[in-house]
Design a binder for this molecule. Structure first.
Ligand SMILES: Cc1ncc(COP(=O)(O)O)c(C=O)c1O
Length: 288
């Protein structure tokens, strides 16, 4: 009978903790927790913890559970109170779980994806910048349709037919050496991995452009890839059965992925300060 079950009133995060030669580290923890607080603010949910407390709780959880490589899922929700749509009488509850989670988009050769017949959330309907549980009803429609039709993932267009993002990933294209991604105004989530990719690309000296992208630019791109905490940096091989370039992960995609995984896995210097180290107390997960 919790408010969240009936009305989708939750905001959440997805964070990865990576095993590294020198221990384990959480990737961009404060940025994720700040986005959680931002999502909550949009929905007028008062989170009873500070940014610092939320970050410390994630570190404590990972250390206690002892899973060196895991996916962390913090969620803020409206619990059991009153059954009406007004959330006033329902308490805010905060939970954090972590568990092992491997590759979200299988394979290394690139994903076969489609453009969904479902559009992304229109502006001023469901706020796309809030990572709210309810938004993922739209993601489910996009993802289920893709899967049923034999694709690994679906890309949503915004309400005007411009490229937005995957059901759970931001999207990038490379054309003539320039890296493009849709801006936040095209109903995209402000992805932390998106920001990491943009940062890495700028430091590589690439020209980067956040601009509206027509659908057909995807088909004629030199390279296309997804970014996301779950998907990490995942090349796309084909869209609507149209093969992207020669169907192999492109050079710029590979370079960006190499830098991203190098930092996340602790094999390259953490030159942007993205890692929060954790000390595991036990080698095995604690059984509940
Ligand atoms: C709809 C959507 N877009 C983009 C992303 C990528 O965001 P991030 O890189 O912060 O995980 C996600 C995943 O959280 C998502 O669910």
């Amino acid at each position: 009978m919790s408010h969240v079950v009936h009305y989708g009133s939750s905001v959440f995060e997805g964070i990865r903790c990576y095993t590294q030669p020198q221990g384990s580290a959480v990737f961009r923890l404060p940025e994720h927790m700040q986005r959680l607080l931002d999502s909550a603010k949009i929905y007028r949910m008062e989170v009873p913890y500070s940014l610092e407390e939320l970050c410390a709780a994630v570190v404590d959880l990972i250390e206690a559970n002892g899973i060196s490589s895991s996916y962390v899922r913090p969620i803020v929700l409206r619990g059991y109170g009153e059954i009406g749509v007004s959330p006033k009488g329902s308490p805010i509850e905060v939970y954090i779980a972590n568990f092992p989670w491997g590759k979200y988009i299988a394979g290394t050769g690139g994903a076969d994806v489609c453009i969904s017949s479902w559009n992304r959330l229109a502006p001023n309907t469901m706020p796309a910048l809030a990572k709210a549980g309810a938004n993922y009803m739209n993601s489910q429609l996009i993802h289920m349709e893709a899967e049923i039709n034999g694709y690994q993932e679906g890309i949503g267009l915004d309400v005007n037919g411009l490229v937005s993002e995957g059901s759970g990933e931001n999207i990038f294209i490379v054309r003539n050496g320039v890296l493009y991604t849709p801006p936040l105004a095209n109903s995209t989530l402000s992805g932390i991995t998106r920001d990491s990719v943009l940062t890495i690309a700028r430091h590589m000296g690439l020209t980067v452009s956040e601009q509206a992208l027509p659908r057909e630019l995807l088909y004629i791109a030199d390279e296309v890839f997804f970014s996301g905490t779950a998907a990490e940096v995942s090349p796309i091989r084909s869209i609507d059965r149209i093969v992207i370039a020669d169907g192999k992960p492109g050079e710029i995609t590979k370079k960006i992925a190499d830098e991203f995984f190098g930092i996340a896995n602790g094999l390259k210097p953490d030159r942007f300060g993205w890692l929060t180290p954790v000390k595991l107390k036990s080698a095995e997960p604690v059984i509940a």
